[in-house]
Design a protein around this ligand. Structure first.
Ligand SMILES: Cc1cc2nc3c(=O)[nH]c(=O)nc-3n(C[C@H](O)[C@H](O)[C@H](O)COP(=O)(O)O)c2cc1C
Length: 202
């Protein structure tokens, strides 16, 4: 089901809104025109400062409350998440006028079945990036002082750096910008799985 872009949410209830947001997020995995496709992923820097960066959302599973993206295990974010698994996501889609913020815990899958399955489904142009030498974030002597693998064997070797980051979120906060008044709401999933839903002042 395609998400409704023009719906007036000013009269919608919390349950319907959650279902709608889940459908927007699900659509964004495969729909590049849905701006939720490229959220900002937030982690806590090794120095304790906040760190954010754009990533591609690779899967969204509403029933397990999981979001997945892929990243290089040599990246700063991987080191940050290894130290502190608490992460956040910010999605904003100007077309639907929704901002969604998720908070949860991340698990980095590296050299396991989940990482292997995700690597095998990745396009060659994505796989090439994992063979970047030197490692992402390394200071280099000039703009082009890095190499990407060219040959199939070298590209395949990049799998050693590939990781699938899977986050299970326990909080979703959303804001809708409406002509007749904004709407803001928060959903929290408790230990037993029950949802605490509440309106917030926008
Ligand atoms: C549109 C867009 C999509 C991106 N997708 C990813 C991604 O899926 N995974 C990733 O690791 N980096 C992705 N990047 C690069 C990150 O934003 C970031 O520059 C890089 O991962 C280094 O981040 P770090 O030093 O905080 O680890 C993307 C950047 C842009 C602009």
């Amino acid at each position: 089901m395609k998400p409704r872009q023009d719906f007036d949410f000013s009269q919608a209830g919390l349950e319907d809104i959650l279902a709608h947001l889940e459908s927007l997020l699900t659509d964004a995995v495969t729909n590049r025109h849905n701006a939720f496709h490229t959220p900002v992923l937030l982690s806590i820097g090794l120095d304790g400062r906040p760190r954010g960066r754009t990533v591609v959302m690779r899967s969204f599973d509403a029933s397990h409350r999981q979001v997945r993206c892929h990243t290089d295990i040599r990246s700063d974010k991987a080191a940050e998440i290894a130290k502190d698994a608490r992460i956040g996501w910010v999605f904003y889609d100007p077309a639907s006028k929704w901002q969604v913020r998720l908070q949860g815990l991340a698990v980095l899958h590296h050299r396991d079945d989940q990482a292997q399955a995700a690597w095998q489904k990745s396009k060659r142009m994505s796989q090439i990036c994992y063979g970047t030498n030197p490692a992402p974030g390394t200071v280099i002597a000039g703009a082009d002082q890095f190499v990407l693998p060219q040959e199939p064997d070298a590209i395949a070797a990049g799998e050693a750096h590939f990781s699938a980051l899977i986050c299970t979120y326990d909080e979703m906060e959303a804001l809708w910008l409406g002509h007749k008044g904004h709407r803001r709401m928060r959903y929290r999933w408790m230990e037993g799985g029950e949802i605490q839903s509440e309106w917030l002042a926008p």
